[in-house]
Write a new protein. Structure first.
Length: 258
């Protein structure tokens, strides 16, 4: 084979090599290929070695791994007319490559835009206190709505997490004052409840002492003993007449006759 023959065959060999390279595709374990034949959907192939007909078939790769999409900060007006900025993160993946390529032009962009509008719509139905204290329930509400709306695109939304709820500085001060007022209210309620219980206890003690004169006298003497131990002050303590009368009778009875 002379040089002229090799020169004539070389272009043909190059074309054949190019056609073979274009017809062979290798898909990783987490990839699928949506194959179109003359513009019409043919099949979903992969993973592994895929052979296409050059010029007649085209393939679009689809990644089946979970996508972590950051939802940028959104301006939300709560149901109680408080303006806040909320951002979140959405976890989703493709479960039907055919729908993800055919039913929507760009499923990543479409899911991101839908997540932003859904976040604003859901949080706008709740008050600020609910946004701050009930994030788990709000996350679940957003996730369910997103999952239902992206089902036609072959997308499965696994989870939605609200990351930050940013409040204006003046609103933060107002919330702090509200929290302080609530703590003061609870303290007053607890103090009033303690006073009430103490009053009930004193009333029950007074009723019991009133039914038992001996107990009253004993309590009186016990109080005198406690006061006598404090020598820093001079205390004039009134002596009940019934107690004096009882003591006098006792002394008269015990005195020797003569």
């Amino acid at each position: 084979m002379n040089f002229d023959t090799l020169t004539g065959i070389a272009p043909i060999l190059i074309v054949l090599i190019a056609l073979i390279a274009a017809s062979i595709k290798i898909l990783r374990e987490y990839e699928r290929g949506v194959v179109f034949t003359l513009g019409r959907f043919s099949s979903v192939k992969g993973p592994g070695l895929i052979i296409l007909i050059p010029g007649l078939q085209q393939m679009v790769r689809v990644d089946l791994r979970v996508v972590t999409m950051d939802v940028p900060s959104q301006d939300v007006i709560s149901r109680d007319n408080v303006s806040v900025k909320v951002n979140a993160v959405v976890y989703f993946r493709v479960v039907d490559p055919q729908k993800a390529i055919i039913q929507v032009e760009n499923y990543l962009m479409a899911t991101g835009q839908l997540a932003q509008t859904t976040l604003r719509a859901v949080l706008g139905k709740h008050e600020l206190d609910e946004m701050l204290t009930e994030r788990d329930r709000l996350n679940m509400d957003v996730q369910k709505i997103l999952d239902a709306q992206t089902d036609a695109w072959g997308i499965k939304v696994a989870n939605v997490e609200i990351k930050h709820v940013d409040i204006d500085e003046s609103m933060i001060r107002a919330i702090a004052r509200q929290a302080e007022a609530e703590r003061e209210r609870r303290a007053k309620v607890i103090h009033a409840e303690g006073e009430k219980q103490a009053a009930v206890g004193l009333m029950e003690a007074a009723q019991m002492l009133g039914r038992e004169p001996g107990a009253m006298q004993l309590r009186y003497l016990q109080t005198l003993t406690q006061v006598a131990n404090d020598r820093s002050n001079t205390i004039v303590f009134p002596m009940p007449g019934d107690l004096i009368e009882g003591l006098a009778k006792t002394l008269k009875r015990d005195a020797p006759s003569g």
